[in-house]
Design a protein around this ligand. Sequence first.
Ligand code: NDP
Length: 279
Amino acid sequence: AEKAASDPSYKPTSKIFDEFALTDRVGIVTGGNAGIGLEIALAFCEAGARAVYCLDIASAPSEEWTACRDFVEKLGNGSRLEYVAADVRDQKAMWKAVEEIGDREQRVDMCVANAGVLRPPIPCLEVTTAQFQDVMGINVNGVLYTAQAAGRQMSRFGRPGSIITIGSISGSLTNRDHAWIPYNTSKSAVLQMTRSLACELGPKNIRVNSLSPGYIYTNMTKAFLDRTPGQLEIWSDLNPLKRIGRPNELRGVATWLASDASSFCTGSDILVSGGHHAW
Ligand code: NDP
């Protein structure tokens, strides 16, 4: 900007979209077999990533994932969408799975700790230890193990990295009808874990941010929205845009967070909620 101001003949060489390019980068996305994770993985491939590994609990990828892999092959930009069966609750297995990706690709640059579950609501005075630990084990422990696995590989290759944890509007707001104690508590923990990881990993040039969606229409929410007539309208009324979000509406922000365009952003929570949080 200084050069442009002092020299009227100065022509900038870098275009803003170049800063969003993920050319040659390697990413992992947990819960990447469906929904938000798969959309983000696809976006990374479209932005030029060399390979994006979707880690998910299913032993084999979904038809939707396979269709996306075929789509990526047709992009013709050399990008690959890969599938690895892995359970985020298993710390050792996660470290090993991501280490093997590091061995194969000789780099890991981006990680989206996205796998998460929302169980049916239970009144807060009745939640059992097993019900609480079920959700915490995936939504909190799983995010930690994923971030550790990726951070270890980013450090191993001494490269800058971007870790994105998927939080939720429910990490800061409470649902109107149910406290949804395990889920909301888990997502609050993700936000604080993200800030803590950002502080510790910042000196290694590994950035850690959370991306917190509002209500998005995926398998997770379909279970609730489609079961009760009128539920879609009720949830849509919870934000100023008056609708549920689509999983592809997280693509741009996730790509920005993974890319050099967000190089000074760490320890932040980015809300994409249709304005739900503003009410
Ligand atoms: P989906 O259920 O569509 O996708 C989540 C994926 O994670 C599924 O493929 C699921 O597999 C997988 N998964 C579940 N448990 C594990 C595990 N132990 N190890 C590995 N993978 C696992 O949900 P969304 O795409 O909607 O959710 C993605 C993230 O976004 C979650 O963290 C969620 O909390 C968050 N979020 C979602 C919102 C929404 O409105 N949809 C709102 C705010 C946040 P399977 O289906 O086989 O269980």
